[in-house]
Design a protein around this ligand. Sequence first.
Ligand SMILES: [Zn+2]
Length: 312
Amino acid sequence: MADPVKRINDENLEKSLLHIRELNGSKALSRDLQDVIPGFKTQKGIYKPQNSQYALWIRQTSRGPYDDKDPDILPDGSWYYRYTPEARGGETDLSLNTNRALLNSMDDNVPLGVFIQRDLPGSQRTYEVMGLAYVEAFDGTHFIIHGEPIDVEAKPMKVKLISPFIPYETGELPVSETTKVIRERAFQAGIRRLYHEKCSLCELGYHFHGQPIGVEAAHLIPVSDRGTSKDLRNGILLCRNHHSLFDRYIWTLDEDYRVLVKDEPLFRRSAESNHVLKVEGLKLPNLPDNEYDLPAQEAIDFRLGRFNDPRL
Ligand SMILES: [Zn+2]
Protein backbone atom coordinates (compact mmCIF):
# COMPACT_ATOMS: atom_id res chain seq x y z
CA MET A 1 0.00 0.00 0.00
CA ALA A 2 1.18 3.51 -0.70
CA ASP A 3 1.90 6.11 1.94
CA PRO A 4 -1.38 8.06 2.39
CA VAL A 5 0.55 11.34 2.74
CA LYS A 6 1.90 10.95 -0.77
CA ARG A 7 -1.61 10.73 -2.21
CA ILE A 8 -2.47 14.30 -1.20
CA ASN A 9 -2.68 16.69 -4.10
CA ASP A 10 -0.97 19.55 -2.33
CA GLU A 11 2.80 19.69 -2.38
CA ASN A 12 3.19 22.15 0.49
CA LEU A 13 0.85 20.26 2.77
CA GLU A 14 2.60 16.98 1.92
CA LYS A 15 6.00 18.48 2.71
CA SER A 16 4.87 19.88 6.06
CA LEU A 17 3.17 16.61 7.05
CA LEU A 18 6.25 14.54 6.21
CA HIS A 19 8.32 16.93 8.31
CA ILE A 20 6.00 16.52 11.31
CA ARG A 21 6.16 12.73 10.90
CA GLU A 22 9.97 12.93 10.99
CA LEU A 23 9.76 14.77 14.32
CA ASN A 24 7.59 12.04 15.91
CA GLY A 25 8.59 11.49 19.53
CA SER A 26 10.73 14.58 19.84
CA LYS A 27 10.09 17.36 22.29
CA ALA A 28 10.81 20.95 21.54
CA LEU A 29 10.37 24.36 23.06
CA SER A 30 7.40 26.21 21.67
CA ARG A 31 9.65 29.01 20.41
CA ASP A 32 11.81 26.54 18.44
CA LEU A 33 8.77 24.92 16.85
CA GLN A 34 7.64 28.38 15.74
CA ASP A 35 10.64 28.49 13.41
CA VAL A 36 9.97 25.18 11.67
CA ILE A 37 6.22 24.48 11.86
CA PRO A 38 3.93 26.70 9.76
CA GLY A 39 1.34 28.56 11.83
CA PHE A 40 2.85 27.65 15.21
CA LYS A 41 3.68 31.23 16.05
CA THR A 42 0.22 32.69 15.63
CA GLN A 43 -2.30 29.90 15.82
CA LYS A 44 -3.54 27.92 18.82
CA GLY A 45 -5.76 24.84 18.72
CA ILE A 46 -6.36 23.90 15.10
CA TYR A 47 -4.25 25.28 12.26
CA LYS A 48 -5.54 25.32 8.70
CA PRO A 49 -3.17 26.82 6.13
CA GLN A 50 -4.90 29.60 4.22
CA ASN A 51 -4.97 27.91 0.83
CA SER A 52 -5.79 24.43 2.09
CA GLN A 53 -9.14 22.86 2.87
CA TYR A 54 -7.46 20.54 5.41
CA ALA A 55 -5.97 21.14 8.83
CA LEU A 56 -2.19 20.84 9.04
CA TRP A 57 -2.01 20.31 12.79
CA ILE A 58 -3.76 20.47 16.14
CA ARG A 59 -2.13 21.25 19.44
CA GLN A 60 -3.19 20.85 23.00
CA THR A 61 -2.02 23.30 25.62
CA SER A 62 -1.97 21.90 29.14
CA ARG A 63 -3.81 24.79 30.73
CA GLY A 64 -6.37 25.05 27.97
CA PRO A 65 -10.08 25.28 28.77
CA TYR A 66 -10.77 21.81 27.36
CA ASP A 67 -10.69 18.43 29.07
CA ASP A 68 -8.53 16.57 26.57
CA LYS A 69 -6.98 13.39 28.00
CA ASP A 70 -3.64 11.72 27.40
CA PRO A 71 -3.49 9.46 24.33
CA ASP A 72 -4.23 5.78 24.76
CA ILE A 73 -1.46 3.81 23.02
CA LEU A 74 -2.13 0.57 21.14
CA PRO A 75 0.43 -2.20 20.45
CA ASP A 76 0.70 -1.29 16.75
CA GLY A 77 2.09 2.07 17.86
CA SER A 78 -1.10 3.95 16.98
CA TRP A 79 -2.91 5.90 19.68
CA TYR A 80 -6.34 7.32 20.40
CA TYR A 81 -7.02 10.79 21.49
CA ARG A 82 -10.18 12.84 21.99
CA TYR A 83 -9.89 16.41 20.86
CA THR A 84 -12.37 19.14 21.73
CA PRO A 85 -13.62 21.19 18.78
CA GLU A 86 -13.32 24.94 18.85
CA ALA A 87 -16.27 26.77 20.30
CA ARG A 88 -17.93 30.12 19.75
CA GLY A 89 -19.63 31.76 22.72
CA GLY A 90 -19.14 28.62 24.80
CA GLU A 91 -20.93 26.42 22.24
CA THR A 92 -19.33 23.89 19.90
CA ASP A 93 -19.71 25.26 16.39
CA LEU A 94 -18.76 22.84 13.65
CA SER A 95 -19.26 25.50 11.00
CA LEU A 96 -16.12 27.33 12.20
CA ASN A 97 -13.40 27.21 9.53
CA THR A 98 -11.01 25.30 11.77
CA ASN A 99 -13.52 22.61 12.76
CA ARG A 100 -14.63 22.31 9.12
CA ALA A 101 -11.01 21.70 8.12
CA LEU A 102 -10.88 18.77 10.57
CA LEU A 103 -14.08 17.37 9.08
CA ASN A 104 -12.55 17.68 5.59
CA SER A 105 -9.44 15.84 6.78
CA MET A 106 -11.74 13.13 8.15
CA ASP A 107 -13.83 12.83 4.96
CA ASP A 108 -10.78 12.59 2.67
CA ASN A 109 -8.55 10.54 5.03
CA VAL A 110 -5.87 13.22 5.12
CA PRO A 111 -3.65 12.99 8.23
CA LEU A 112 -2.64 15.93 10.39
CA GLY A 113 0.10 16.63 12.93
CA VAL A 114 -0.54 16.48 16.67
CA PHE A 115 1.38 18.42 19.34
CA ILE A 116 0.78 18.03 23.08
CA GLN A 117 2.16 20.42 25.65
CA ARG A 118 4.40 18.68 28.22
CA ASP A 119 6.00 21.17 30.53
CA LEU A 120 8.42 19.85 33.09
CA PRO A 121 8.54 21.63 36.44
CA GLY A 122 10.25 24.97 36.05
CA SER A 123 10.75 24.58 32.32
CA GLN A 124 9.59 26.73 29.48
CA ARG A 125 6.68 25.75 27.28
CA THR A 126 7.55 22.43 25.65
CA TYR A 127 5.57 20.32 23.20
CA GLU A 128 5.78 16.64 22.41
CA VAL A 129 5.41 15.92 18.71
CA MET A 130 3.00 12.99 18.49
CA GLY A 131 3.56 12.60 14.75
CA LEU A 132 0.67 12.23 12.29
CA ALA A 133 -2.88 11.11 12.98
CA TYR A 134 -6.26 10.68 11.31
CA VAL A 135 -9.54 12.25 12.33
CA GLU A 136 -11.64 9.15 12.60
CA ALA A 137 -14.98 10.43 13.85
CA PHE A 138 -16.86 13.17 15.62
CA ASP A 139 -18.79 11.65 18.51
CA GLY A 140 -20.99 14.65 19.23
CA THR A 141 -18.61 16.26 21.71
CA HIS A 142 -15.07 15.37 20.57
CA PHE A 143 -13.12 14.53 17.46
CA ILE A 144 -11.69 11.03 17.74
CA ILE A 145 -8.07 11.25 16.62
CA HIS A 146 -6.18 8.06 15.76
CA GLY A 147 -2.39 8.26 15.48
CA GLU A 148 -0.50 6.55 12.69
CA PRO A 149 0.69 3.02 13.42
CA ILE A 150 4.43 2.21 13.22
CA ASP A 151 3.72 0.80 9.78
CA VAL A 152 2.56 4.12 8.35
CA GLU A 153 1.35 2.60 5.11
CA ALA A 154 -1.20 0.52 6.99
CA LYS A 155 -3.62 3.29 7.84
CA PRO A 156 -5.13 2.61 11.29
CA MET A 157 -8.38 0.69 11.39
CA LYS A 158 -11.62 2.35 12.33
CA VAL A 159 -12.19 0.14 15.35
CA LYS A 160 -10.09 -0.04 18.47
CA LEU A 161 -8.60 -3.41 17.74
CA ILE A 162 -5.78 -5.20 19.52
CA SER A 163 -4.05 -6.99 16.67
CA PRO A 164 -2.58 -10.48 17.17
CA PHE A 165 1.14 -10.42 17.97
CA ILE A 166 3.30 -11.30 14.98
CA PRO A 167 6.76 -11.82 16.48
CA TYR A 168 8.86 -11.85 13.33
CA GLU A 169 9.17 -9.54 10.35
CA THR A 170 7.60 -11.36 7.45
CA GLY A 171 9.01 -11.64 3.97
CA GLU A 172 7.37 -8.42 2.88
CA LEU A 173 8.38 -6.24 -0.06
CA PRO A 174 11.80 -4.61 0.30
CA VAL A 175 11.53 -1.76 2.77
CA SER A 176 13.25 1.50 1.88
CA GLU A 177 15.83 3.04 4.22
CA THR A 178 13.48 5.98 4.89
CA THR A 179 10.71 3.60 5.94
CA LYS A 180 13.11 1.74 8.24
CA VAL A 181 14.16 5.00 9.89
CA ILE A 182 10.53 6.11 10.34
CA ARG A 183 9.55 2.74 11.84
CA GLU A 184 12.51 2.66 14.21
CA ARG A 185 11.73 6.19 15.38
CA ALA A 186 8.05 5.34 15.90
CA PHE A 187 9.02 2.16 17.80
CA GLN A 188 11.36 4.13 20.06
CA ALA A 189 8.78 6.87 20.64
CA GLY A 190 5.98 4.40 21.37
CA ILE A 191 8.04 2.41 23.88
CA ARG A 192 9.21 5.60 25.61
CA ARG A 193 5.59 6.70 26.00
CA LEU A 194 4.41 3.30 27.26
CA TYR A 195 7.14 3.14 29.92
CA HIS A 196 6.75 6.75 31.06
CA GLU A 197 10.28 7.50 29.81
CA LYS A 198 11.87 5.46 32.63
CA CYS A 199 13.84 2.22 32.73
CA SER A 200 11.48 -0.69 33.34
CA LEU A 201 13.92 -2.27 35.80
CA CYS A 202 15.45 0.59 37.83
CA GLU A 203 13.10 3.47 36.90
CA LEU A 204 15.99 5.71 35.98
CA GLY A 205 14.94 8.46 33.60
CA TYR A 206 16.75 11.75 33.20
CA HIS A 207 15.46 14.71 31.27
CA PHE A 208 17.54 17.51 29.88
CA HIS A 209 15.90 20.35 27.97
CA GLY A 210 12.75 18.25 27.88
CA GLN A 211 14.43 15.27 26.18
CA PRO A 212 14.74 11.90 27.91
CA ILE A 213 18.39 10.87 28.27
CA GLY A 214 19.98 7.49 28.93
CA VAL A 215 16.95 5.32 28.15
CA GLU A 216 16.53 3.16 25.05
CA ALA A 217 13.83 0.94 23.61
CA ALA A 218 15.17 -2.63 23.51
CA HIS A 219 13.72 -5.37 21.31
CA LEU A 220 12.80 -8.60 23.12
CA ILE A 221 13.31 -10.59 19.93
CA PRO A 222 16.29 -8.73 18.44
CA VAL A 223 16.21 -7.18 14.99
CA SER A 224 19.12 -9.47 14.08
CA ASP A 225 16.77 -12.41 14.70
CA ARG A 226 14.13 -10.71 12.52
CA GLY A 227 12.16 -9.62 15.59
CA THR A 228 9.40 -7.17 14.75
CA SER A 229 9.70 -3.41 15.08
CA LYS A 230 6.06 -2.94 14.12
CA ASP A 231 4.61 -4.07 17.45
CA LEU A 232 5.34 -2.40 20.79
CA ARG A 233 4.83 -5.73 22.59
CA ASN A 234 8.27 -6.72 21.29
CA GLY A 235 9.85 -3.86 23.20
CA ILE A 236 10.79 -2.65 26.67
CA LEU A 237 12.37 0.60 27.83
CA LEU A 238 15.71 0.24 29.62
CA CYS A 239 18.52 2.46 30.80
CA ARG A 240 21.82 1.92 28.99
CA ASN A 241 23.27 -0.27 31.76
CA HIS A 242 20.32 -2.59 32.00
CA HIS A 243 20.01 -2.66 28.22
CA SER A 244 23.57 -3.90 27.80
CA LEU A 245 23.08 -6.61 30.46
CA PHE A 246 19.78 -7.54 28.77
CA ASP A 247 21.49 -7.83 25.37
CA ARG A 248 23.92 -10.34 26.86
CA TYR A 249 21.01 -12.36 28.36
CA ILE A 250 22.43 -11.79 31.86
CA TRP A 251 18.96 -10.96 33.10
CA THR A 252 15.51 -11.46 31.63
CA LEU A 253 11.85 -11.24 32.53
CA ASP A 254 9.67 -14.30 33.07
CA GLU A 255 6.05 -14.82 32.05
CA ASP A 256 4.89 -12.88 35.12
CA TYR A 257 7.28 -9.98 34.29
CA ARG A 258 9.58 -10.92 37.19
CA VAL A 259 13.32 -10.36 36.98
CA LEU A 260 15.60 -13.40 36.61
CA VAL A 261 19.36 -12.93 36.95
CA LYS A 262 22.04 -15.36 35.74
CA ASP A 263 23.42 -17.60 38.45
CA GLU A 264 27.04 -16.83 37.72
CA PRO A 265 29.06 -16.14 40.90
CA LEU A 266 31.61 -13.78 39.40
CA PHE A 267 28.93 -11.73 37.67
CA ARG A 268 26.87 -11.59 40.84
CA ARG A 269 29.82 -10.37 42.86
CA SER A 270 30.52 -7.67 40.29
CA ALA A 271 26.84 -6.67 40.41
CA GLU A 272 26.55 -6.36 44.17
CA SER A 273 26.40 -2.60 44.11
CA ASN A 274 24.16 -2.57 41.06
CA HIS A 275 20.40 -2.31 41.08
CA VAL A 276 19.84 -5.53 39.13
CA LEU A 277 20.21 -7.87 42.15
CA LYS A 278 17.87 -5.74 44.28
CA VAL A 279 14.94 -6.53 42.01
CA GLU A 280 15.76 -10.20 41.41
CA GLY A 281 12.59 -12.27 41.75
CA LEU A 282 10.41 -9.15 41.84
CA LYS A 283 8.05 -7.88 39.21
CA LEU A 284 9.48 -5.16 36.98
CA PRO A 285 8.49 -1.95 38.79
CA ASN A 286 7.76 0.10 35.67
CA LEU A 287 5.39 -1.46 33.13
CA PRO A 288 2.80 -0.06 30.68
CA ASP A 289 -0.52 1.08 32.19
CA ASN A 290 -2.63 -1.08 29.89
CA GLU A 291 -2.39 -4.84 30.07
CA TYR A 292 -2.64 -5.13 26.28
CA ASP A 293 0.62 -3.19 25.90
CA LEU A 294 2.71 -5.55 28.08
CA PRO A 295 5.54 -7.56 26.45
CA ALA A 296 4.10 -10.47 24.44
CA GLN A 297 4.46 -13.97 25.91
CA GLU A 298 6.05 -15.29 22.69
CA ALA A 299 8.70 -12.59 22.90
CA ILE A 300 9.31 -13.39 26.60
CA ASP A 301 9.64 -17.10 25.71
CA PHE A 302 12.28 -16.22 23.14
CA ARG A 303 14.29 -14.38 25.82
CA LEU A 304 13.87 -17.18 28.35
CA GLY A 305 15.18 -19.65 25.76
CA ARG A 306 18.35 -17.62 25.31
CA PHE A 307 18.67 -16.89 29.03
CA ASN A 308 18.55 -20.60 29.85
CA ASP A 309 20.96 -21.55 27.05
CA PRO A 310 24.16 -22.60 28.91
CA ARG A 311 26.30 -21.61 25.90
CA LEU A 312 25.36 -17.93 26.26
ZN1 LIG B 1 17.90 0.64 34.49
